[in-house]
Design a protein around this ligand. Structure first.
Ligand code: 3PG
Ligand code: MG
Length: 401
């Protein structure tokens, strides 16, 4: 991780601070259904307000196809944002131009405004220098607190960071600190827990983690592909039949790198993926031909638990079973509870991220008991692939100026 400035390194008093946030939160019928990202952003806004800045919040929201789309207006975020920071937030119905300038000029130190969806202008996703200059006209200082969008080389993340003095916000700082603690200089042994449906979407992640961690436990449907590659019969389980060779390469790489791989030794199976389906727990070499593997079995959960006892650091991405459909959430919940217990006892540093993972941890009720749960989906995954994130690189480059 490169060095970058933080809020403590900049003087914001009386200055216009352009704050890149990620307000891309789930909204249903005009209401925010999960405010986590807003709550995690609030301390940065409050700190800037307390220090007498004029705070101008910018964000994308959804993926508008071309131009303004009322269904993707950030207006819906004014009230939730006001609630999170405990004060009024002005709104500009365009993120650049005269309307934005009018709203910014009216701000007093300690006041905040929200700009309309950045993606209503195609210059945002195109990383257009002209669009970035139009944004830069609105501020004196740039603060990036959108780690969860740091994998996008967009104008408000990349080009803009190169035009103004730039610093990381508190959430960005916390995300980077947690990921660094887990993967750059971790306490060993390090265990990576990887789940989810497909090996094919996580190849780079597996290859990177194998080089970094001591133990790799794999669950979810992606484990089926690896089991099949090892010659196991997996019945009607979801798997990627054409990934056999790649799966074997992954397992060979792990052996070469002395990374111990833990694959399921037993499984919860059913004929169909349906709520309350009648289930059976069977050993992994006794999967009935007409059955589907839908969760790790209790033996596997116990094996992962003892690996967790041994580990000092955990990186977790992906649920271990079909957790949205009980009772196939059992394995993920059992392991999540163990992680929470060891973290609480000070025996484990635990970092988790990725959309489904965060939902699974919330369902298990342990989100607040892990050392760190990332707000990021794609950006967390790209970090676990060892890729440089444009947003992080831009902050590092800005600190050299
Ligand atoms: C996210 O929700 O993962 C980020 O806000 C990035 O959104 P995007 O995938 O539409 O770029
Ligand atoms: Mg996304």
């Amino acid at each position: 991780m490169g060095k970058f400035r933080t809020l403590d390194d900049i003087d914001v008093r009386g200055k216009r601070v352009l704050l890149r946030a990620d307000l891309n939160v789930p909204v249903k019928d005009g209401l925010v259904t999960d405010a986590t990202r807003i709550e995690r952003l609030a301390p940065t806004i409050k700190a800037l307000i307390d220090r007498g800045a004029k705070v101008i919040v910018m964000s994308h929201f959804g993926r508008p196809k071309s131009g303004p789309d009322p269904a993707l207006s950030l207006r819906a975020l004014i009230a939730p944002l006001e609630k999170a920071i405990g004060r009024k937030v002005a709104f500009a119905s365009d993120c650049i131009g005269d309307e934005a300038k009018r709203v910014v000029v009216a701000l007093e130190p300690g006041q905040a405004a929200l700009l309309e969806n950045l993606r209503f202008h195609k210059g945002e996703e195109a990383n257009s220098p002209d669009f970035a200059r139009a944004l830069a006209e609105l501020g004196d200082i740039y603060v990036d607190d959108a780690f969860s969008a740091a994998h996008r080389a967009h104008a408000s993340i990349d080009a803009l960071a190169r035009l103004l003095p730039a610093a990381a916000g508190k959430l960005m700082e916390a995300e980077l600190e947690a990921l660094t603690a887990a993967l750059e200089a971790p306490k060993r042994p390090v265990l990576a827990l990887v789940g989810g449906a497909k090996v094919s979407t996580k190849l780079d992640l597996l290859r990177f983690l194998i080089r970094k961690v001591d133990l790799l436990a794999i669950g979810g449907a992606m484990a089926n592909t690896l089991l099949l590659a090892e010659g196991k019969e997996i019945g009607r389980s979801l798997c990627e039949r054409d990934m056999g060779e790649t799966a074997r390469e992954i397992l060979t790489l792990a052996r070469e790198r002395n990374c111990r791989v833990i694959l399921p030794e037993d499984a919860v199976v059913a004929r169909d993926l349906a709520p309350g389906a009648s289930t059976r727990e069977v050993a992994i070499d006794a999967i009935p031909p007409d059955a589907m593997i839908l969760d790790i079995g209790s033996g596997t959960a116990a094996r992962i638990s003892s690996a967790l006892e041994e580990a000092r650091t955990l990186v977790w991405n992906g649920p271990l079973g079909a957790f949205e459909t009980p009772p196939f959430d059992r394995g993920t919940i059992t392991v999540a509870e163990k992680v929470a217990e060891l973290t609480g006892a000070g025996r484990l540093l635990s970092v988790a991220g990725g959309g489904d993972t965060v939902a699974a941890l919330a369902a298990a009720g342990v989100t607040d008991e892990l050392s760190y749960v990332s707000t990021a989906g794609g950006a967390f995954l790209e970090w676990l692939e060892g890729r440089e994130l444009p947003g992080v690189a831009a902050l590092a480059a800005a600190s050299d100026r």
